[in-house]
Design a protein around this ligand. Structure first.
Ligand SMILES: NC(=O)C1=CN([C@@H]2O[C@H](COP(=O)(O)OP(=O)(O)OC[C@H]3O[C@@H](n4cnc5c(N)ncnc54)[C@H](OP(=O)(O)O)[C@@H]3O)[C@@H](O)[C@H]2O)[C@@H](O)CC1
Ligand SMILES: Nc1ncnc2c1ncn2[C@@H]1O[C@H](COP(=O)(O)OP(=O)(O)O)[C@@H](O)[C@H]1O
Ligand SMILES: [Mg+2]
Length: 287
């Protein structure tokens, strides 16, 4: 991955069909993966709800959520398909960690003791073959205390989080986004999705991919939480990490464009993407 502009692969909506194949007629929920979403401290419960719902709308077979006790009733009222567990002591139930194919950690997690304890538990105790998707406060905690990550972990920073991970200013990230992507991939040995207009996706030793879809209506709180759940949901269905990241970023941006096309950019909400995630995640059905 050099980040040179001529080595960028531009992804378009047609590319979704490369990764989103029709399901086997005899498949069952266990074939489509189990995602554990960890986050949603007091005041930020919506972040983990949006992520969990996006994982389901992208086709994850089973979705667990470990969150603050206050958020469990609201989460179940909105999405009874989610299996929600309250965590009041900063310990994720061991059985949840053990059964996850993918762990998404970070949306609304906070950087206090509660969130920091669960983030450390994920890094210490997750199965070696469980794929990690780290977003939001998991990235902030990682920046504060860098640690080795399991192979093929996926990081989804916005430019502010990318700046913290690199120890530079967000304006520097934006001045050389390809360079920042390369620096993040190298420093954390991870798959990285550098968000913002023209999202870039990279991994050490591979060319970078750029997503030109997406629009400024997506500049609203919660939109990145939907992206994190989307990538986790695709990972759970067996896409390899770099492809799940690229396919998820493309699917999310195209869903944002489709939703904006219906009602305009201004006032677009992250939850407006949900029906479009589902539609676009079935490209053969919509072709
Ligand atoms: N409904 C809920 O429960 C929601 C809960 N949420 C949860 O809130 C928590 C805090 O997350 P957060 O992202 O709001 O805070 P933070 O990391 O300080 O980011 C802001 C900083 O980053 C920068 N920056 C950002 N984008 C940039 C860009 N494109 N280009 C350039 N700069 C950019 C920006 O810089 P500025 O321009 O403002 O100086 C500012 O410094 C987290 O847990 C999250 O999951 C949210 O998901 C919302 C919905
Ligand atoms: N101007 C824009 N054009 C395209 N995509 C955008 C734009 N602004 C924001 N987005 C997308 O919206 C999402 C915002 O993520 P993030 O900042 O983490 O939001 P939050 O933490 O509030 O959920 C990212 O996927 C980003 O690429
Ligand atoms: Mg975010």
């Amino acid at each position: 991955m050099t980040g040179a502009p001529h080595e960028l692969e531009d992804l378009r909506e047609d590319d979704l069909a490369r990764w989103l194949r029709p399901r086997a007629r005899d498949s069952h929920k266990g074939d489509h993966g189990r995602v554990l979403c960890i986050g949603g401290d007091s005041g930020h419960g919506g972040a983990i709800m949006l992520a969990a719902e996006a994982a389901l709308r992208c086709g994850a077979g089973l979705v667990d959520v470990a969150t603050h006790v206050l958020h469990v009733p609201a989460l179940l009222a909105r999405r009874p398909e989610v299996m929600a567990q309250a965590v009041d002591d900063g310990r994720v139930p061991a059985a949840l960690l053990a059964s996850a194919d993918v762990i998404l950690c970070g949306p609304g997690l906070g950087q206090g003791d509660w969130g920091a304890a669960m983030f450390a538990q994920v890094l210490d105790d997750a199965r070696p073959d469980t794929r990690l998707v780290l977003d939001a406060d998991a990235l902030n905690l990682l920046a504060r205390r860098p640690r080795a990550l399991p192979a093929d972990s996926i990081l989804t920073p916005h430019p502010g989080e990318a700046a913290r991970l690199l120890g530079i200013e967000a304006s520097e990230v934006q001045r050389d986004r390809a360079g920042a992507l390369q620096g993040l991939c190298a420093r954390y040995a991870a798959v990285v999705v550098l968000k913002g207009a023209g999202t870039l996706v990279g991994a050490t030793g591979r060319g970078a991919r750029r997503i030109s879809a997406g629009n400024p209506g997506m500049a609203v709180g919660g939109m990145g939480d939907v992206l994190a759940g989307t990538i986790a949901g695709l990972c759970a269905q067996g896409l390899e990490a770099a492809d799940a990241a690229a396919c998820g970023a493309l699917l999310h941006a195209c869903a944002g464009d489709a939703a904006a096309g219906e009602g305009g950019e201004r006032g677009l909400l992250p939850a407006d993407l949900m029906p479009w995630l589902r539609r676009l995640a079935n490209p053969q059905a919509t072709a």
